[in-house]
Design a protein. Structure first.
Length: 175
């Protein structure tokens, strides 16, 4: 089985095609006008913390600051923040987590001003595109979706796609 990835980049956008045995399997098109798409991941800067809303406004490069509510931080937010700081300081390279110790999950009834202050860098993912006068809606519970797997960093949960039911056996390896 041969795989071939074809990428065409031009001023009007980028097109990516995946061919398997010369048959089109996937096709993706990125146009310059759609800058903030659901699923995009950014390292945003906290611009304003609003304790009354229990939320923060984050700058990810859009004309309006994006909105991040405390409940959208995710339970592993402290581990994600610690990892991002270590990577930025170049104390972790290549994404290896051998010596990384997870932090305790955050309290689901906590306050955002206990975790974020103006100027903090926060890894975030767009969960809702900007509309009208509002900026994008964000989450710090990052997820990377593949064909048969969704990776949620620092999560202990393992889920297997229902699309794998046709397979004779499935092996899941965890470390």
């Amino acid at each position: 089985m041969s795989n071939e990835l074809i990428i065409s980049s031009a001023q009007d956008g980028c097109r990516i095609a995946l061919l398997r045995d010369k048959t089109l399997v996937e096709f993706h098109r990125d146009e310059p006008g759609s800058r903030f798409v659901v699923g995009d991941i950014y390292l945003g800067t906290v611009k304003k913390v609003v304790p009354g809303l229990n939320a923060a406004f984050i700058d990810i490069g859009y004309e309006k600051d994006a909105f991040l509510h405390y409940l959208d931080l995710g339970p592993q937010f402290s581990s994600l923040q610690k990892f991002a700081k270590l990577v930025k300081a170049r104390k972790i390279q290549g994404g290896k987590l051998e010596r990384f110790h997870k932090e305790k999950d955050i309290d689901k009834h906590g306050k955002i001003n206990q975790l974020l202050t103006k100027g903090n860098l926060v890894p975030v993912q767009v969960v809702k595109e900007p509309i009208s006068t509002k900026g994008p809606r964000l989450s710090s519970e990052l997820s990377l979706a593949g064909r048969y797997l969704v990776l949620v960093p620092f999560s202990n949960v393992i889920n297997v796609s229902k699309k794998l039911r046709a397979a004779k056996s499935v092996s899941v390896f965890c470390s």
